[in-house]
Ligand binder design. Structure first.
Ligand code: CUA
Length: 340
């Protein structure tokens, strides 16, 4: 098409194109593969939220259509001033349609919201499992009541059972959110907040800190893994046991490098002299889904990069660059990846 036709002020479609373009961008924003969606619920709490979402959506659609119809009606009759329009008494119309009807609709929606809030407060049956989740800048410490062990950025739960989640923070506000399982619960300093999770089917559900908490807020993800009860019990027993011992020479050398280095000041590996509590417990590091709370995949290459200088991966995190001897790095990686 010749450029001249689009030049100057004769571009009647330009605003429409912009609006459509923006709309498409918004729609495509929801297309990133694997993004957890409240509209794809897999848990009791999220299912209720989904119901409320659709109710509000359809109310909005009906109200929007009605307003557009009235607008069209007004435009048509403004051009043909006959008597019909004056039959409607303007003040009564504004009071009823502009205030009365919206009030009734909003009150009803509020009532449904309150009902859902009350229903979400407690699960239908008392939870048998309690998880203690502590928010740190920027990772999640995960412990199980009655179990002496910890993991990070992953919560395993038995499928089909309600699980109590107690939430604390050691620094700023965070918000615990697993969109496919449960709505958000804020973590507030000095308080213990409570929520619960119940997954209807086995699977991995991504969670995310939903309250801006500083530079790496976006890299404060977690994964909830719902698995059959027997598998969960086996995993929990593993969590409580001492960490795996080295199997190969490389792993043994790696363990030595780990225990003689600065790592032990901040990290725990159960059954060894490493008992630091500043950073995540590494006893099952090799089995975790990511490094840095969703910052990078958990594999040897990324782990090496993380150890040497995690600041290039997740700037601002609490772990300073480590002066690791290049020759010792592969052993250190081998040891840490063997902790499963
Ligand atoms: Cu923690 Cu955002």
């Amino acid at each position: 098409m010749a450029g001249g036709e689009w030049a100057g002020h004769r571009r009647p479609l330009a605003p429409v194109a912009r609006i459509v373009g923006c709309g498409l961008l918004v729609l495509l924003g929801g297309c990133s593969g694997g993004a957890p969606s409240t509209l794809d619920p897999a848990g009791t709490g999220a299912r209720r939220v989904e119901g409320l979402w659709w109710l509000l959506f359809w109310i909005s659609v009906v109200v929007f259509a009605e307003v557009m119809a009235l607008l069209a009606w007004a435009l048509v009759f403004r051009r043909r001033p006959d008597r019909r329009i004056s039959r409607v008494e303007p003040t009564r119309f504004v009071v009823v349609a502009g205030a009365g009807v919206p009030f009734v609709i909003l009150l009803a929606a509020y009532g449904v919201g309150l009902r859902d809030l009350a229903a979400l407060r407690q699960p239908e049956s008392p939870p048998a499992v309690t998880v203690d989740v502590t928010g740190h800048k920027w990772w999640w410490e995960v412990r199980y009541a009655g179990v002496d062990g910890a993991t990070a950025n992953e919560i395993r739960i038995p499928v089909g059972e309600p699980v109590r989640v107690r939430l604390r923070t050691v620094d700023v506000l965070h918000s615990f959110w697993v969109p496919q399982l449960m709505p958000k619960t804020d973590l507030i300093a000095g308080k213990v907040r409570e929520t619960w999770l119940r997954a209807e089917r086995p699977g991995e559900y991504r969670g995310q800190c939903a309250e801006y908490c500083g530079l790496q807020h976006a890299h404060m993800a977690l994964q909830v893994v719902a698995q059959p009860r027997a598998e969960f019990d086996a995993w929990l027993a593993r969590l409580a046991a001492p960490a795996a011992t080295p199997d190969s020479d490389a792993e043994r050398r790696g363990q030595q490098a780990f225990l003689q280095g600065t790592c032990v000041a901040c990290h725990t590996v159960r059954g060894t002299a490493a008992t630091g509590t500043v950073g995540p417990d590494l006893s099952t590091l090799g089995a975790r889904w990511s490094l840095g709370a969703g910052a990078v995949p958990n594999d040897g290459g990324h782990l090496g990069g993380w150890i040497v200088n995690s600041q290039t991966v997740k700037p601002g995190n609490a772990m300073p660059p480590q002066p690791v001897d290049a020759a010792a790095l592969p052993d250190l990686i081998a040891y840490l990846e063997s902790l499963r």
